[in-house]
Ligand binder design. Structure first.
Ligand code: NI
Length: 191
């Protein structure tokens, strides 16, 4: 786990907060996010908290939907050093390659589950950064996959929805059981 002090310099670490992450099959993961109206201090605070939460959970991407904020905000960091956060506000897909790749995906909202999903190999997106500046990003490899995975969250879609109904059913049962166990533990040992 990374400490909060290891984040990028452009994101001050004071007054950051770890946000609770919704877990599949929570119905709130299927809400469709609305566009951010203005990139102001409120949105920058959300972005900082999301980056902190992503690093704290050792994730490489997090969508606002996953922290129960239904606005089009995504944070990503696929760097080895975990010091290059990418902020995508109101991301739009401009282009996706016809070439597809199959990769193994996991999700902070679906803990412990990894499975193969087919995605476009390359994408180009337009988004605002945390200062409200528009920019275009061309991505391939892991970044392209991550962008598509996170943009799906904003549409209320979790990666397990690409899997067969049988697999999805098993995942749902497993996670619901884990959730019940968690709750029972909390009741026995209040902290
Ligand atoms: Ni995810």
């Amino acid at each position: 786990m990374l400490k909060s002090g290891e984040n990028s310099d452009i994101f001050p670490t004071s007054a950051m907060a770890l946000l609770p992450i919704l877990r599949y099959p929570d119905a709130r993961l299927h809400k469709v996010a609305r566009p951010v109206a203005a990139v102001d201090e409120r949105v920058r605070t959300l972005v900082r908290d999301m980056i902190e939460t992503m690093y704290g959970a050792q994730g490489i991407g997090l969508a606002a939907t996953q922290v129960d904020v239904h606005e089009r905000v995504v944070v990503i960091d696929v760097s080895e050093e975990r010091n290059a956060p990418l902020v995508l506000i109101n991301p739009e897909l401009l282009w996706a390659s016809a070439e597809r790749v199959m990769g193994e995906e996991g999700c902070l909202s679906v803990p412990g589950i990894y499975d193969g999903v087919e995605r476009a190999a390359q994408v180009r997106v337009r988004a605002l950064d945390e200062h409200g500046q528009a920019r275009e990003i061309e991505a391939d490899g892991l970044l392209a996959v991550c962008i598509q995975h996170e943009m799906d969250h904003l549409l209320g879609k979790v990666f397990v929805e690409y899997l067969s109904p049988l697999k999805r059913g098993r995942i749902k049962t497993k996670l619901q059981k884990a959730e019940r166990q968690d709750k029972a533990e909390r009741v026995r040992e209040p902290v």
